[in-house]
Design a binder for this molecule. Sequence first.
Ligand code: T4K
Length: 378
Amino acid sequence: MKNLSDPIFVTQPSLPELDEFIPYLEQIWKNKQLTNNGPFHQQFEKELAEYLDVPYISLFANGTLALVTALQVLRITGEVITTPYSFVATSHSLWWNNIKPVFVDIEPEFCNLDPEKIEAAITPKTTAILPVHVYGNPCDTKRIQEIADTYGLKVIYDAAHAFGVNHREQSICRFGDLSMLSFHATKVFNTMEGGALICNDDATKKRIDFLKNFGFAGETTVIAPGINSKMNEMQAALGLVQLKHHQSNIDKRSKLAHIYRSKLSPIDGISLLPERESMTPNHSYFPIFVDERIYGITRDELYDRLKDNGIFGRRYFYPLITEFPMYKGLESSAPSNLPAAKRKAEEVICLPIYPNLEIPTALKICSIISDCKSQAKQ
Ligand code: T4K
């Protein structure tokens, strides 16, 4: 077992053997095409669309820029309904587009935007819904689409956590009008930094590709004030190599998730995230929720006890987005509007999970959590 004096972080990026990557670098050095839809970019886009079984995919420098661009692609304006229980990039993408976020509470069980609360938040200015498949667990896509269809709204999914997840027997990225993936170093699939947009038709893919390249629609035609959010050849090459190892990485994560589930679910006061029915998970995160009234100590006390033992979990997503100064003043940010999100944010710790995490280390983490409960009783 790894010496626990070495810190264990919430994640560790998966990387292929360097030797496997070198020939790709040599190719880039040889042909001098570094970015702007080079050969690796084209190949990665093609292989990724096949791997994920999605009709159209466009690669990005990172997930945040993909989300910012997605809103421009669909000409979203006014107000957008979204979740406070996410990484700030979700609502920052609205802020960058001068769109007002309207925060709606989450389902207490799954931590995703609660469809039953959406309709009450719709106004004449609402143009879209921006839900997040938090921890890679699918939203209630059916109900969200019904609402969007009824009210004439677009749906853009922040699927940053959901690479490779299948839902209702198809890729999770096939739901909604657009889905965004993140390939950040901390994600289940990484190109160091990177991201993608998935869409359902050729015309939308063309528009995405114009907007991520300054708005160029030809050598001398600019159709919009697009941004530069292109993925470069090094990122694309790494993506091609990473794809070959993705399934084995997921298998390793799955074993760890199984250990955590079996050891932690019997502990009173610790609850786990249920998996939505009809899904293939990617085990991107392993959140636990601490109910201090039953467990005996607070979430933060457990968080600190883990840290004392060299285990650096993370409280994703605490504080809620609505606690940050640029969003706090909005009417929909009021804590009374978001009781489920507030509670989850105060209870959550994401435990370390990544392919190289050793099983004895995962067992040790479970023992610490179990021991804290026993000691709290005394
Ligand atoms: N939407 C959602 C729902 C998201 O979660 C995110 C990103 C986005 C949108 C935006 O997508 P990108 O633009 O990032 O593609 C991290 C990530 O920076 C962020 O990508 C991610 N979500 C968020 C949930 O987590 P931090 O500040 O917590 O990461 P950091 O640097 O503290 O890393 C966590 C641990 O991982 C470190 O303690 C050690 C380890 N680590 C990290 C990095 C970066 C490594 O071992 N190596 C590394 O290179 O935000």
